[in-house]
Design a protein around this ligand. Sequence first.
Ligand code: GLU
Length: 312
Amino acid sequence: MSTTTALNTDWQRVIEEIAEEVKPLLATGAVADYIPELRNVDKDNFGMFVSLLDGREYYCGQAQTKFSVQSISKVFTLTKAFSMLKDGLWERVGKEPSGNPFNSLIQLEHENGKPRNPFINAGAIVVADCVVSHTQDSLNDMIDYIRGLAANKAIHIDHAMFRSEKAFGHRNAALAHFMKSYGNIESDVDEVLDFYFGHCSLSMSCEDVSRAFLFLANHGVHPLTNKRYLTASQAKRLNALLLTCGTYDAAGDFAFRVGMPGKSGVGGGIAAIIPGLLSVCVWSPGLDKYGNSLAGVKALELFTTKTGISIF
Ligand code: GLU
C-alpha cells in the first residue's frame, strides 16, 4: 500500500474492529506469574494506541491505563547505551536471535558470557551495566529519559512490582554474577540489578509507549520534540534487532504474522513500528506459551492485515 493510501486509512474504525474481534481471546492467555506482583492484573484488559508521524493519534479500550512495561523498557535502555557506546556496544552483546528462552543460562556458558542479543535478559543486563557505568544517578536519569520519549512527566516505577522482581529475581542475579565472572559486567552487580529491575518495573500506558516508540519510526528523531535519539543508521539497526529478537523465542512467528519490528514484555504489552508512518502499542495481559500477549499479537496481525501496511 502506498503511503498516501495508508494515510487515508480509517484508523479509528480499524482499531475498534480489532478490539471487538480479539475479545474472545482475552480469557485464553495466561498472566505471567513468575514475578508474583504480575498476577494481580485483570486479564479482561485490552487497549490499543496508534501514533502517526503526522501527529494524529487513535486509541481504544484501556489505552490510557498504566501497565508494567517489563521488557519493553529494554528498548529504551538499549537506545541510551547505543547512543553512548556506539558500535563498541556490540563487543559486549551480540545481535543474533537466541533460539533459547529469554532467561536461559545455558547459552551464556557456551558463549563465554557474551549474551546473544540485547533483548534476552542477559543482554539487557549487560546493556543496563553500560548505562550504569556511564551515567550518574542512573535510574532517575533513565526515568527522565523515558519521560522525555513519552512526552509524559507522570511516568513512575511501580514500587510493589520492583520489590517483587527483586525478591524473586534469582535467575537474573545468577545471569549477572555469571557474566561478571567473565568480565562482561563492569559495575557492582547489585547496582546493575537494581537499575534493571527498576526500569522493568515502570508503569506506562499504551499511549505512553506508543509515543515513546515514535523516534524509531522516524529514523531516530522524535517527531513530537524534534530531538534526535539515534542516528538514522542506529535506528535502522535497532529496528532490525526488534524484528529478529524483539518477541522472545517467537520472533519468526511474529514477523510472519505481523510484519513489523516490535518488542513485547511479560506485562502483556507489545510496541511496534512502521518506518516512515507510525508506532502502535497494544496491551492485553494474557500471554501465549512464548510470553507474548496472546490477544496483542492477534491484534497486531489484524492491524497489518486490515490496513494492508507492514514493512514488507
Ligand atoms: N523483568 C523481567 C525479567 O527479568 C522482564 C521479563 C520480560 O518482560 O521479558 O524476567
